[in-house]
Write a protein of this length. Structure first.
Ligand code: CTP
Ligand code: MG
Length: 419
């Protein structure tokens, strides 16, 4: 990333606490989870966000250079967008230290606990997009599942609190720059989170759906849970392969990799002949042992005549997620003389990646004039897919993933706090 980038978003990662409850011999942010520090994991998530952001790491004064080397190690190419500053006595003082170095171009400020080390980048992205859309603060929260009782000083139960009114809040908490700066300016006491401070200053704050992976590593049991989540990954990975071949048919339009290609000869076959989409479908189904395109969709079922590849892919993603899988990534290669793919590669990758909710890379090659692809009779696509079973993401759940991205990221149903 070049130094000319002027980030619109800043993420303050507070990592200056001592971690008393964790009881390790190092401050919590410097404790390792499956070989990577808590701080390193948190910063990694920040640099996985969709847009380039300014990252402000707030670290204990005596560990500033350690924090710098961890941060630069994770985000070497983005050094010019990283600031590491010393924290204060309280979390609130640490956030204030971070706010002091927010760059002039920043319009949206997120505050995040480094201790929530496994928070997915997507949660940061959805907080940013909701702050931008609503124009006020947004915090992630999850329903409370335990029954909550109010006690008296003697330890006797007084009443059961209505759980439907409660939400367990997380970070990153996002705010328009002006709201959080004015609220910190006005704050005269300690608050337990940034939303409380901003609401106290008179601003609205809404709730978006949080993520179980955004839990805070507070106690040794939380550390074990985090270790377990990070360590189980490779055990339950599944890889699959799929290929598909279609002959050119001058009388049809070309649909390939989910895109329409005006002026190009189409592909013959069941549905729209989108060999790239069909190869990916088979790779996903074989990776997860859920069948193949023929057994799931029926190779001659008239309901799929002319159906676009996108429909197969969306449906396959739904089947996978319903069976407790997540797509890790997909790689697909198109073999053929035409269409000339390179110019639309990024477009295809963005479209397919959006449909599958996972990175998709597409390459294209020719066969030096050899074989049916070399003679220009048709195309072949070969895809591989990596999938994970629910065991890799036991805390995440698949409900959110099964929703269309528009519903997942949007805040229909967002509730306002502080009204
Ligand atoms: N934090 C901070 N500066 C402080 C206190 C806390 O930057 N003076 C940060 C922590 O590093 C952590 C986040 O705020 O990432 C949430 O705080 P918490 O989980 O309470 O962490 P600690 O204060 O380090 O832990 P403990 O309360 O057990 O000592
Ligand atoms: Mg603390």
């Amino acid at each position: 990333m070049s130094s000319s980038v002027e980030p619109r978003v800043a993420v303050i990662v507070v990592a200056a606490g001592s971690g008393t409850r964790l009881g390790a011999d190092l401050p919590k942010a410097f404790v390792e989870i499956a070989g990577t520090t808590v701080l390193g994991r948190a910063v990694h998530a920040v640099f996985g966000m969709a847009e380039p952001v300014q990252a402000v790491v707030v670290a204990p004064a005596e560990l500033l250079s350690a924090a710098e080397s961890i941060t630069h190690g994770v985000a070497a190419e983005a050094r010019d967008r990283v600031d590491v500053v010393a924290g204060g006595e309280t979390r609130q003082a640490s956030v204030a230290a971070g706010l002091a170095v927010i760059r002039p171009s920043v319009e949206v400020v997120l505050v995040h606990d480094a201790a929530r080390a496994l928070t997915p980048s997507a949660l940061f992205d959805s907080v940013v997009s909701e702050v931008s859309r609503l124009g006020h603060g947004v915090i992630p929260g999850l329903p409370v599942s335990d029954t909550i009782k109010r006690m008296d000083a003697a330890g006797d139960i007084r009443e059961t609190v209505d759980r439907s009114e409660l939400t367990a809040v997380q970070t990153p908490q996002g705010f328009p720059r002006a709201h959080i700066l004015a609220a910190y300016e006005a704050a005269r006491k300690e608050f337990t989170d940034d939303a409380a401070l901003v609401v106290d200053a008179g601003y609205h704050v809404s709730l978006v759906e949080g993520d179980p992976l955004a839990f805070k590593i507070t106690t040794p049991a939380d550390r074990l849970r985090a270790e377990d989540l990070c360590a189980t990954g490779p055990v339950a990975s599944r890889i699959g392969i799929g290929t598909d071949t279609h002959a050119f048919d001058d009388d049809t339009e070309l649909w390939l990799a989910g895109l329409y290609w005006p002026g190009e000869a189409g592909l013959a076959g069941h549905s729209d002949g989108d060999a790239v989409a069909h190869a990916i479908t088979d790779a996903l189904l074989t990776a997860t042992g859920l069948g193949d395109i023929g057994s799931v969709f029926g190779t001659s079922d008239p309901q799929f005549d002319g159906t676009h590849g996108e429909v197969f892919l969306r449906h396959t993603r739904g089947i996978l997620e319903g069976a407790g899988f997540r797509i890790g990534n997909v790689s697909v290669q198109l073999i053929g003389n035409r269409p000339r793919f390179a110019a639309r590669r990024a477009e295809a990758e963005a479209l397919l990646g959006g449909i599958l909710g996972a990175p998709v890379s597409v390459s294209a090659t020719t066969t030096d004039g050899l074989g049916f692809t070399g003679r220009g009779e048709g195309v072949t696509a070969i895809a591989t897919a990596l999938c994970f079973s629910a065991r890799d993401f036991p805390a995440r759940g698949f409900r959110a993933g099964a929703l269309p991205a528009s519903e997942r990221n949007g805040a229909p149903g967002a509730r306002r706090l502080g009204e």
